[in-house]
Write a protein that binds this ligand. Structure first.
Ligand SMILES: NC(=O)c1ccc[n+]([C@@H]2O[C@H](COP(=O)([O-])OP(=O)(O)OC[C@H]3O[C@@H](n4cnc5c(N)ncnc54)[C@H](O)[C@@H]3O)[C@@H](O)[C@H]2O)c1
Length: 434
């Protein structure tokens, strides 16, 4: 079907389903089309229908209705919120849809295993949206590693800097601040990082260890004068780096109406913002919210062949990731934009080579440094050419990196080293490195 359009159903036409992956399809109507949607929010549902001219009989308010019908499309995009991935993914596999599933696969290790078993049993293409694997910055690093220029990988150090204001917005006041409402932060945010580290090493992970705490955003760290809401707090104007008043009024005054401000208000006025900050979740003091996810975490990973990897997630940084790769013949460091590489030679001189990712790729627009677009392109091409190898985030790979994340959280909570064998117990057939 190399020339045939791939038809899609979208489950969850929200920010990711409609505005990231749907947008790609809109811009590539020669490759793909959307023929069905399930979305409870009327505005989003109608928007999907309008953009893709979806026939009325294929428009649903719930994923269960869509999957109760005979197969409607070649493939399905599942972009519902984290805790609503497992049942639609398993049922879609049973209906023989090829599946593009948002990360994280599921909220528990058992559910991830069930999803992978369903996808494999039904022989469908299955990719998880670990979009960084498709972003030019990381594909360039991976190609340097694979070329052997760095020699044998000995260790990797990686940091995900979430940025103080982003952390306060999403992981203290917002949807991802409370584990019972979303997931632990390593799964919600850093499963991308663990996944790319596993991909860089390309060897089985043997064991993990982790420390992490809610170090700062808790009542004990509250300055004495701080009020429960920023609008009435004496520290809000210039004396608190986490002031919601400063952040969101700053966004509004600079006409930055997208994320994060769009999460706080629909109507872009000072009155609406003041009301939202006085009454809604985003105006709460960061020391007096209902957050419980950690703001500081480290994970140490041991891979086969004595390769060690350490990862740090922190709220207390500027925005961005930083990676350093130590190889037997060279060293590489990068910061999401520029890659610098030093090849060792007999003399002491340091000959650095730099790659600017903006110059490497003609198109790094779109989400995640071009990763969103390239993932969609890979998924559609894999189906059109019947070539599953184009999907680097298939079931085995993704299961392993997700189980590493669950192992790390287990290690943190139980204060011990957790082996990957332990995570595959009872499902050894899925342990592809064994
Ligand atoms: N790959 C990435 O880098 C990345 C980035 C952001 C978010 N995500 C993940 O993408 C997923 C979606 O996140 P989002 O930001 O688009 O959220 P969102 O809330 O914008 O979209 C989720 C949509 O699912 C819909 N929905 C709820 N119940 C439904 C049902 N019963 N049937 C069908 N649809 C239903 C909601 O109405 C909503 O429109 C999450 O799992 C999130 O963690 C991934």
């Amino acid at each position: 079907m190399a020339d045939k359009k791939v038809s899609f159903a979208i489950i969850g036409a929200g920010s990711r389903g409609l505005d990231s992956y749907g947008k790609y399809i809109q811009e590539h109507l020669d490759e793909a089309e959307v023929v069905a949607v399930a979305e409870p929010r009327e505005f989003q549902r109608k928007e999907a229908v309008r953009r893709f001219n979806i026939p009325a009989e294929n428009v649903f308010t719930d994923w269960k209705e869509l999957l109760a019908r005979p197969k409607l499309a070649d493939a399905i995009i599942i972009a519902t919120t984290d805790r609503m991935h497992t049942a639609p993914a398993i049922q879609a596999a049973e209906k023989k849809y090829h599946i593009l599933l948002e990360k994280p696969m599921a909220s528990t290790a058992d559910e991830c295993i069930q999803i992978v078993e369903a996808a494999k049993k039904n022989g469908v293409f299955f990719a998880v949206c670990h979009v960084l694997r498709y972003a030019p910055f990381y594909t360039k690093i991976k190609s340097i590693i694979d070329s052997g220029e760095l020699g044998e990988i000995c260790s990797i150090q990686h940091m995900e800097g979430i940025a103080w204001w982003h952390f306060a917005h999403s992981f203290v006041r917002g949807n991802f601040g409370n584990e019972a409402r979303s997931s632990f932060i390593l799964l919600a945010k850093s499963c991308h990082d663990v996944d790319i580290l596993k991909w860089m090493v390309s060897k089985p992970c043997l064991a993990v260890q982790s420390f992490g705490h809610l170090k700062h955003f808790r009542k004990e760290c509250k300055p004495a004068e701080a009020g429960p809401r920023c609008m009435d707090c004496p520290l809000a104007d210039g004396k608190c780096p986490y002031s919601a008043k400063t952040l969101y009024f700053g966004n509004l005054r600079k006409a930055e109406h997208g994320w994060p401000l769009a999460m706080v208000i629909d109507e872009m006025t000072e009155d609406a913002l003041e009301k939202a900050l006085r009454e809604g979740p985003y105006g709460r003091c960061v020391y007096q919210s209902d957050n419980d996810v950690v703001d500081t975490q480290t994970v140490n990973m041991e891979f086969e062949d004595n390769i060690t990897v350490d990862f740090t997630m922190s709220a207390f940084t500027p925005h961005g990731r930083k990676i350093r790769i130590m190889g037997s013949k060279g060293y590489l460091e990068g910061d999401d934009q520029v890659i610098r590489m030093l090849k060792f030679h007999g003399e002491r001189d340091e000959d650095w080579v730099s790659y600017d990712v903006n110059k490497l790729a003609t198109d790094i627009t779109g989400g995640h440094g071009g990763g969103d677009q390239r993932l969609m392109n890979a998924f559609i091409t894999a189906i059109r050419t019947d070539d599953e190898s184009l999907l680097s985030t298939g079931p085995d790979e993704t299961l392993e990196s997700h189980l590493m994340v669950f192992a790390a959280e287990k290690a943190r909570l139980e204060n011990r080293i957790v082996t990957m064998d332990e995570m595959y117990t009872g499902h050894e057939q899925l342990h592809t490195h064994k």
